[in-house]
Design a protein around this ligand. Structure first.
Ligand code: FMN
Length: 269
């Protein structure tokens, strides 16, 4: 448990890189790791590594990066959740190698990245990330940005995790508290943390609490990607405890607010 918890709580988005290219050894490791990535929805996510100079790729929030990874997925129901789940595995693995990343879903010229990634009809490329070694010091721009979105903090557990009913705070046992802590520290778009969990009869039901005024285009719900990330942390935590996570999509019909949506359920075995 220590190791995953450390990676999850230690990881921070990196937007300032030190210009060093990712080593051959790390690239090989990443290529091998990508082959192992799966998600519970069995929706394949394809990863493409892209040289920044060769393809003219950049982002106004980044400096010193020279490699990107783009993720592509077929446009279909649950593609966004599956994408979040798969891409986050790569983010955590990269961090454990000392490679910095940051989810980029907005601050990029999408068309340029989509062209470089060879996006086809019927596919979406929800997010990309730079891959590189963190600079010794964050840029002023990055420091201000982190402050602006409160990137170093998260909502309290009693606002996120409920017992049987929406809004009733959960009092978890130690094992469950660890797993929920891993969910709590997940990264999310603009650090909105849209995940909510209701524990009912021992099953963990995940919901998306949609943010007011959050810009979603019809094909891409960034907050559903956040839910995939949260689910990934939860399932990896269960697996690290040597248990099995059974993920299903079967709405238990618990009353929820109008701005919430059921996503998936997890049973621990
Ligand atoms: C789906 C998604 C999209 C994101 N898009 C952007 C982005 O376009 N630009 C950016 O600078 N950060 C982006 N982020 C990074 C978040 O702002 C960051 O994860 C959050 O503030 C928490 O900070 P931390 O990752 O350091 O814990 C995104 C994160 C997620 C999960």
């Amino acid at each position: 448990m220590e190791k995953l918890m450390e990676t999850i709580k230690g990881r921070k988005s990196v937007r300032s890189f030190d210009d060093r290219p990712v080593s051959e050894e790390h690239r090989r490791d990443i290529d091998e790791f990508i082959k192992t990535i799966r998600n519970p929805f069995d929706i394949p996510v394809e990863f493409v590594l892209l040289d920044a100079k060769e393809h003219g790729l950049s982002s106004p929030v980044l400096s010193g990066e020279n490699l990107y990874v783009a993720g592509k997925v077929e446009k279909r129901s649950y593609a966004d959740v599956a994408f979040g789940y798969s891409f986050e595995q790569l983010v955590l693995h990269a961090w454990s190698l000392g490679i910095g990343t940051v989810w980029i879903g907005g601050t990029m010229k999408r068309e340029i990245f989509e062209k470089a990634a060879g996006l086809c009809e019927g596919e979406v490329m929800p997010c990309v990330s730079p891959f590189g070694y963190p600079a010794a010091k964050r840029s002023v721009k990055e420091t201000l940005m982190r402050k602006g979105i409160g990137a170093d903090s998260r909502l309290a557990a009693d606002k996120l995790f409920f017992d049987e009913k929406w809004g009733t705070a959960l009092s978890p046992d130690e094992d469950t508290a660890d797993l929920l802590e891993m969910v709590r520290w997940a990264p999310s778009a603009v650090n909105k943390q849209p995940w909510r969990i209701i524990v009912s009869n021992g099953v963990f039901h995940f919901y998306e609490k949609k943010d007011k005024g959050y810009v979603n285009d019809a094909t891409l719900d960034l907050q559903k990607i956040d839910l995939g990330i949260a689910l990934c942390h939860f399932v990896l935590g269960i697996e690290e405890k040597g248990k099995t996570a059974l993920v299903s999509v079967s709405d238990p019909g618990i009353a929820i607010p109008a701005d919430a949506e059921y996503i998936a359920s997890v049973k621990v075995q």
